[in-house]
Design a protein around this ligand. Structure first.
Ligand code: IMP
Length: 433
């Protein structure tokens, strides 16, 4: 049985949560490999609503082991609140179904304060981060002054590291941002206490994954955010600070690239983006309003209204290349119902020439004008459709054109928010490797 990586192909919020939940039935292990509580998704199971930021939604499946990889940045307070909420709703949580890598970086209170202070100082030029301390935590990781899960479990070591780091953080907070400093004690005591609560869950995740692979158990690698928010390949600097692309699953979970057998790209049937940054197909008209309203396009982490626009095949082709996509899952197709025509951006026009790749500079990307292809829309309600051949002819035409433009087969189509509102053409877990 293959392992499957699930990645967002646009700017996040593609509806990965629902597809991951659907595929988790076939996965014995689910591992998150990057990002932190900047992500978020809501699941409705048996009429009950669950919101997840850090813990994989696989935790709702009793036989699934959920793992937090070393590539994640983990806020222990948020994590433990999520654990307590789930326990309060009758979900059993312990080392049998949830593990955190000992190498996972810990988001500290100064990371969040620096994230907010920096955004405020930037004013109009701000990135529009989620304000959760994600960027500053990854900065410290790369600068080799991060606190990892293993450090939280070592009282003397943690105290020494914190004593070393804090003066620099406080200098920056007080002198540059005119903000409040932190005392050593106000961090040390609560973080050591949280470390003790987390201790039973901390493990060598790479070893767990190796053993699982040897036993032929299949693994789902769950990406957060999306390809165009990738720190290397996204619309820099309007990106997150990690690697959501499929390759990030190898480094962020601790497996060799050969373990990443299938790569399923999640594609929302239109495009959305939260925060700042270029967005060539953005609709600032009533089409944009339709997409926000019908697609309920408000962030599940920050509640912000998402910017909306037509599907962009340039963005998708880039995602196919960068991730080595083997399949597509189209989500929220029902949101396009009643729009006529429906449009797909097939290229960009810039400086009198056409191009089908994304320029590296913001300056040039901002000059890109989308070249749209128009297709006839459909008015039929598609939410009850369960077989591909029962979709209206114009809906199929739209999907087939997307598949042709991206050059990757469509494996799943989501026609509504519920689990059942899905057309499965090919389950990636059942493919031969
Ligand atoms: P950060 O990840 O909080 O540093 O935010 C950097 C950029 O990524 C901002 O534009 C955020 O809105 C965006 N971002 C971060 N996480 C998500 C997500 O889960 N979905 C969509 N956008 C996100």
């Amino acid at each position: 049985m293959p392992n499957v990586v699930v990645v967002g192909t646009q700017w996040g919020d593609e509806g990965k949560g629902k597809i991951v939940d659907l595929l988790t039935d076939q996965a014995r292990l689910v591992v998150r490999y990057q990002g932190g509580n900047n992500a978020g998704h809501t699941l409705v199971v048996g009429g009950k609503k669950f919101i997840f930021h850090l813990i994989p939604s696989g935790i709702l499946h009793p036989d699934t082991l959920c793992l937090i990889g070393n590539g994640v940045v983990l806020d222990p307070q948020v994590f433990l609140t999520e654990v307590d909420n789930l326990k309060g709703r009758g979900i059993v949580i312990g080392p049998d179904n949830l593990r955190i890598s000992e190498r996972t970086q810990v988001i500290m209170p100064y990371h969040q304060r620096l994230d907010l202070a920096r955004e405020q100082a930037k004013g109009a030029g701000k990135i529009g981060t989620t304000g959760r301390g994600i960027g500053p935590c990854y900065e410290d990781k790369v600068a080799r002054r991060g606190i990892r899960m293993a450090d939280l479990l070592d009282t003397d070591g943690f105290k020494a590291k914190l004593a070393d780091i804090l003066p620099e953080k406080n200098f920056y907070l007080e002198k540059f941002f005119l903000d409040k400093p932190f005392s050593l004690e106000e961090i040390l005591t609560p973080y050591l206490a949280m470390g003790e609560r987390l201790r039973p869950l901390v493990a060598n995740v790479a070893v767990i994954l190796e053993q699982a692979a040897r036993q032929g158990k299949n693994i789902l690698f769950e990406g957060a955010q999306g390809t165009h928010l990738d720190i290397d390949h996204g619309t820099y600097p309007y990106v997150t600070s990690s690697n959501p692309v499929a390759g990030g699953a190898a480094t962020g979970a601790g497996v060799g690239p050969g373990q990443l057998h299938q790569v399923l790209g999640i594609v929302k049937a239109y495009t959305t983006r939260v925060g700042g940054g270029p967005f060539p197909t953005e609709c600032l008209d009533k089409i944009g309003d339709h997409l926000v309203e019908c697609g309920v396009e408000f962030g599940s982490t920050t509640g912000r209204r998402r910017r909306c626009g037509w599907l962009d095949a340039v963005v998708l082709k880039d995602a196919a290349r960068l991730n080595g996509l083997t399949g597509l899952a189209i989500t929220k197709l029902d949101v396009l119902t009643t729009l006529n025509p429906v449009k797909i951006c097939v290229a960009y026009q810039v400086n009198g020439a056409s191009r089908d790749t994304i320029p590296a500079t913001l300056k040039e990307l901002e000059r890109c004008q989308p070249v749209f292809e128009e297709l006839p829309g459909w008015t039929e309600d598609i939410r009850g459709v369960r077989r591909y051949q029962d979709l209206p002819v114009n809906t199929r035409r739209y999907l087939e054109r997307v598949q042709e433009l991206v050059g990757v087969p469509i494996q799943l189509v989501s026609v509504g928010p519920d689990r059942e509102e899905t057309i499965i053409l090919q389950n990636p877990f059942t493919l031969n490797i």
